[in-house]
Design a protein around this ligand. Structure first.
Ligand code: NAP
Length: 316
């Protein structure tokens, strides 16, 4: 027997980024008893972004400030909030879904997964230190800050090449650093990069260290053929070595694509009835605040319909 408290909800939202808070607003306005849980502080990835200038209605806003507004908005509708929870178990395959933390068993008719994704890290010295001060994992968010500057993109996949091309809109020079001689990206994407005069490829090299004072100044590279090191003078480093969804608590209960992102239909319904996924954690072509917020709204409306239908059935 567990002596943990039990709490009951119509919908539990896991994750408190734009998808999570948007879902919370729509679900509580849809009259569902709504809880939002996060394993860290509220706000998700955008709360780490220095500035956001592509969220409609705000030509320039701090990421933290924007997410505070999302949270205040959810507060207005009485969403119950549980930050910094330690999740021990998630059971989705039953009619009443359960999320067990160290001190509580949350039980809910429906669940919205909005746990986001994270860029894979290079794991080199200086990467963490200069995050937000020259190291960025989002060219769309931060590219405009590198007008007439020199930047390096690390990786050889579609993301790296496409983001490098995007960065040439602002930067005067973009290096693409890749660990092999051959790129992984689609040929058409490679061709566009080869034809771009602002892009220079440094192949068979891997990054060793990021150096600077207040902001990034140097990317130290290792030539993988000769083992020699060289200093590359850059103002920014954009690692694009793949993204991974935050799905470790679901133990393969849901259908996922090859990269692990959760598969949904257009209603954000996952492979399990009553379980929805929204934002970066799902299989989506664009990972932005606006698309995550939109997913959250759709997921919540689907959950409202599902819970209403469930209540109708149990009435009879
Ligand atoms: P990806 O295809 O997995 O490419 C990651 C790249 O980073 C690879 O070139 C890999 O090198 C390199 N890499 C991995 N770990 C590294 C490390 N520790 N140090 C240095 N380099 C490292 O990831 P992605 O580019 O994010 O794309 C993910 C998926 O989304 C792919 O299926 C991609 O096709 C798709 N995608 C599609 C589009 C599009 O269709 N428009 C756009 C973006 C992404 P190796 O090549 O040597 O393994």
């Amino acid at each position: 027997m567990t002596n943990k408290q039990e709490l009951f909800f119509d919908v539990i939202i896991l994750g408190s980024g734009p998808a999570g808070f948007s879902a919370a607003i729509y679900a509580s306005r849809g009259n569902l008893k709504t809880a939002i849980l996060d394993i860290s502080m509220f706000g998700g990835q955008p709360s780490n972004y220095l500035e956001i200038e592509n969220y409609p209605g705000f030509s320039l806003i701090g990421g933290f400030e924007l997410m505070e507004k999302f949270e205040e908005h959810a507060d207005k509708f009485g969403v119950e909030k549980f930050p910094m929870v330690e999740i021990e178990r998630v059971t989705l395959n039953s009619e009443l879904k359960e999320i067990e933390t160290n001190d509580t068993v949350f039980k809910s008719k429906s669940v919205i997964i909005a746990t986001g994704a994270q860029a894979k890290k290079l794991g080199i010295s200086g990467e963490e230190e200069f995050k937000g001060r020259g190291v960025s994992y989002c060219a769309i968010c931060d590219g405009a800050f590198y007008k007439d500057k020199t930047v390096a993109v690390v990786g050889g996949g579609n993301s790296a090449i496409e983001e490098a091309i995007y960065l040439t809109k602002f930067a005067q020079k973009v290096y693409i650093i890749h660990r092999r001689d051959e790129l992984r990206a689609d040929k058409i994407c490679q061709q566009r990069a080869f034809e771009n005069e602002k892009i220079e490829f440094i192949l068979s090299h891997s990054p060793l260290e990021i150096q600077g004072t207040n902001t990034v100044e140097t990317l130290v590279l290792k030539d993988l053929k000769t083992n020699e090191t060289k200093d590359l003078k850059v103002n920014g480093v954009f690692p694009y070595i793949g993204f991974g969804p935050n799905v470790e608590n679901f133990n393969g209960q849901l259908k996922q694509n090859q990269q692990g992102f959760i598969e949904t239909d257009t209603n954000m319904q996952t492979s399990i009835e009553g379980v929805y996924a929204a934002g970066d954690v799902r299989n989506t072509p664009l990972r932005q605040v606006i698309t995550a917020a939109s997913d959250g709204a759709i997921a919540a409306c689907s959950a409202v319909k599902y819970v209403e239908a469930l209540e109708e059935t149990t009435k009879v």
